[in-house]
Design a protein around this ligand. Structure first.
Ligand SMILES: Cc1cc2nc3c(=O)[nH]c(=O)nc-3n(C[C@H](O)[C@H](O)[C@H](O)COP(=O)(O)OP(=O)(O)OC[C@H]3O[C@@H](n4cnc5c(N)ncnc54)[C@H](O)[C@@H]3O)c2cc1C
Ligand code: SF4
Ligand code: SF4
Length: 470
């Protein structure tokens, strides 16, 4: 059997460092698979000493195992959703829109258009759920962890994106079987993991009443928060709080700030434009775990509804922020339409192509790039998960192949470079190691001959001006 045909199991997921720490295997084995902190700054499953029966249980719920159904097989959560039109890039859809909430203060206290916190608030207000499982401050994962919110005030206190590795392991075991119904908010692989758990466990299937996805570029381990905060002036051992998404009226929505505070002076908040910090550009993929190199789901295809940033020129120029959303659930559609009628939210229907365009970089990384990485790893004899993308190089230029490989190299190098910085107590150790790698990436990402073309255009312009003057 060739590598491409062999089955990629949970053991391969863990051995290859592809675990995203979702914790589904831990829930499926009542905690016998432990999700522990590893050297890359996140919690990952430890299969050491786990019985074959428990490994088999975990295997069925692991989002990267070939023994679990894939996104197409899982499909939308409801029968209604599974009858909708399907697009291979975004999954099923009944409503594709860009929009935001109208209340200015709520909008400014959210990451994008605030529609994620608005919809979970609506689900609570209407009594459709008893609580929200989402990420807020503190807890077992460090600065942020999964929490349950039972009231609107609690849920609103946990707005904004947490670009931080967290797990569902403990929280889902805590709520399992308590008879309450929840909306679970998560990035696509976590939603897939929750759906897989629901397939195995009828009690959880009842309890996960709504799956609310977040569009995802890739995961960041805690080193991301720590490395950016350190550059702003707060070293990791002092880091008390992080706000990854501070809107800045001076700039378009895409050029947001980050705010951090230190334990020795929690009232002083330091703020900085994220994209100007080393590793702040998502295109560089620092601290991205290996699993994200093998993920093809951008719009949380197994969720009832998914929200992201509307990275389209007409929306991103407004610093206040806007969402892109894809709904696949009749009740969610009704709640959104009601919110629009009542003037609480604004929605513009957009077409599928526009939704895809809002995540153009993600598609390049997770579809075109994935094909290259599958090709590379299969050729190297490594185990890879079965994906909905075929391995190959022919679809991209040789320069793009180099760029895709350089990006992967940066992710892998970033962890060791940051550990070296932690050991030396100097952020420069990390910055100096990464700088040449990012420069190489940036050179490759520029259009070939762009500089030469610009110089030629300038020369022609100068010559024409010279002729005009004669
Ligand atoms: C790791 C990660 C990568 C992302 N990558 C992209 C991307 O490439 N492109 C893009 O368009 N959007 C991406 N997003 C989504 C984006 O950052 C916003 O979260 C999304 O647009 C919703 O914004 P909002 O204003 O509607 O959310 P808000 O109204 O601010 O509400 C956010 C809600 O999400 C919950 N939440 C925050 N972080 C997490 C988390 N890690 N896991 C589970 N729940 C969480 C909060 O508790 C809150 O309920 C990413 C999000 C994450 C967490
Ligand atoms: S990805 Fe999730 S289910 Fe798979 S091994 Fe890691 S924690 Fe377990
Ligand atoms: S890129 Fe995929 S695997 Fe990585 S965090 Fe996002 S959804 Fe999960």
């Amino acid at each position: 059997m060739s590598v491409a045909e062999s089955t990629h199991t949970i053991e391969d997921v863990v051995a290859r460092g592809m675990c995203v720490g979702c914790g589904a295997c831990s829930v499926a084995t009542s905690g016998r698979v432990v999700v522990r902190f590893t050297s890359i700054g996140m919690r990952q499953a430890d299969l050491e000493g786990v019985s074959p029966a428990d490994i088999a249980r975990g295997d069925q719920v692991c989002p990267f195992s070939d023994n679990a159904p894939d996104e197409d097989q899982l499909d939308a959560p409801t029968d209604w959703g599974r009858r909708l039109s399907h697009d291979h890039r975004i999954g099923r859809y009944s409503l594709v829109a860009a929009g935001r909430r109208v209340d200015e203060s709520a909008l400014l206290e959210s990451s994008s258009g605030g529609l994620t916190s608005w919809i979970v608030g609506r689900l609570l207000k209407e009594g459709l759920v008893d609580g929200i499982l989402h990420v807020g401050d503190g807890g077992p994962d460090g600065l942020f962890s999964y929490n349950v919110s039972h009231s609107l005030a609690e849920a609103d206190g946990r707005r904004k994106s947490k670009y931080y590795a967290v797990t569902l392991a403990e929280l889902v075991q805590e709520i399992q079987g308590n008879g309450k119904r929840y909306a679970i908010v998560g990035i696509p692989c976590f939603i897939k993991a929750a759906r897989l758990l629901a397939l195995q466990n009828p009690a959880l299937a009842e309890q996960f009443a709504y799956y609310v996805g977040l569009v995802c570029g890739h995961l960041k381990t805690r080193f991301f928060a720590e490395s950016l905060a350190w550059q702003i002036g707060v070293p990791p051992e002092q880091l008390a709080s992080v706000d990854f998404r501070v809107k800045n009226p001076e700039r378009p929505a895409s050029r947001y700030d980050m705010a951090v505070s230190s334990a020795d002076d929690p009232t002083t908040v330091l703020q900085h434009e994220v994209a100007k910090l080393l590793g702040g550009s998502w295109g560089h993929a620092v601290f991205q775990p290996e699993g994200c190199n093998f993920c093809d789901d951008i719009f949380a295809e197994t969720a009832d509804v998914v929200f992201g940033d509307a990275w389209l020129p007409q929306y991103s120029k407004d610093w206040r922020g806007n969402n892109v959303l894809v709904s696949r659930n009749e009740q969610i559609d009704e709640l959104l339409r009601a919110g629009q009628r009542e003037g609480e939210i604004q929605l513009d229907e957009i077409d599928v192509a526009a939704a895809v365009a809002s995540q153009a970089g993600n598609y390049r990384h997770r579809r075109d790039g994935l094909a290259v990485r599958l090709h590379d790893d299969i050729r190297a004899g490594l185990s890879v998960p079965r994906k909905r993308v075929s391995p190959g190089l022919a679809h991209v230029t040789r320069r793009r192949v180099k760029l895709i490989r350089q990006r992967r190299r940066i992710s892998a190098l970033s962890f060791g470079a940051f550990r070296a910085a932690l050991a030396s107590g100097r952020i420069e150790t990390y910055l100096e190691r990464l700088r040449p790698e990012l420069s190489k990436h940036d050179r490759l990402s520029k259009k070939p001959f762009a500089g030469m073309r610009r110089r030629l255009q300038n020369l022609v312009r100068r010559l024409r001006r010279g002729q005009g003057a004669r």
